[in-house]
Ligand binder design. Structure first.
Ligand code: CDP
Length: 236
């Protein structure tokens, strides 16, 4: 069966990765969490003292880019690929609120984007990929057969992320999580290079009032329709 490319973009904490992971599993596709790559570079930036509360040594980070290697290794028992930074599993470390506080600033750096986008395009070169992020339908795979743009109210999104962080045992407040979600939305949508914006041919999914199951079924149906349409086109 011919495979397609599925691009899922949208605001912070819209549940993109949850649905993308499940969709990839159902279709037998590869799932790539592009945000995890920006998070891994951010962790490196923090660990090496290039970013702090009021100071960001962009040149310092750029000078080290060739020493930053982000990769994914599939974890059989979890059923998805975990992120590695220079050979070390950082899956848990990159999901903290600390990393979330800096990631959008790091993601404004064009040199960082260029390196990660090249890697992302390569992951998708044989199709059969579900990738989520901010610029997947606009920059990474502008030719993707299915593009989704996920949105929900900031309060709903903050609540979901807050619950996730509490579940992990992180000590955070709802107010800080909400502030982070709003700040990231703003930086991501207004940056010069590859801002978060809905591709013209994307389908908007507001999941404020959708259960995970409803959202998954809706997106799986759309994917199957696209795959069938492609198949028909090939036969004619
Ligand atoms: O999961 P969450 O919605 O919190 O965000 P994420 O997908 O882990 O992405 C973290 C951050 O990386 C975003 O807020 C963006 O600043 C950046 N990002 C990006 O610029 N481009 C992408 N394709 C993916 C993420």
């Amino acid at each position: 069966m011919q495979k397609i490319t599925i691009a899922i973009d949208g605001f912070s904490s819209t549940g993109k990765s949850t649905v993308a992971k499940r969709l990839a599993r159902a279709l037998g596709y590869v799932y790539v969490d592009s945000g995890a790559m920006y998070r891994a570079v951010t962790l490196y930036t923090m660990q090496n003292g290039f970013i702090e509360a009021d100071c960001f040594d962009v040149e310092g980070l750029i000078s080290q880019l060739e020493n930053i290697h982000v990769s994914f290794i599939f974890n059989e028992s979890l059923g998805f690929a975990e992120v590695y930074l220079n050979g070390e599993n950082v899956e848990k470390d990159i999901r903290t609120l600390d990393v979330s506080q800096f990631v959008s600033q790091v993601a404004t750096v064009s040199e960082v984007r260029e390196q990660l986008v090249m890697q992302q395009k390569n992951f998708g070169k044989d199709k059969g990929v579900v990738m989520d992020g901010r610029d997947i339908g606009t920059v990474v795979f502008p030719e993707a057969e299915l593009k989704l743009f996920m949105t929900a109210s900031a309060e709903k999104r903050a609540q979901r992320r807050y619950d996730e962080l509490l579940e992990r045992g992180d000590d955070v407040s709802y107010e800080d999580v909400l502030k982070n979600v709003q700040t990231r939305d703003h930086i991501d949508s207004t940056r010069e290079d590859s801002p978060l914006t809905m591709a013209e041919d994307a389908i908007k999914v507001d999941n404020s009032n959708m259960t995970l199951e409803e959202q998954f079924e809706f997106i799986l149906n759309l994917s199957e329709e696209k795959i069938k349409a492609l198949h028909k086109k090939k036969r004619h």
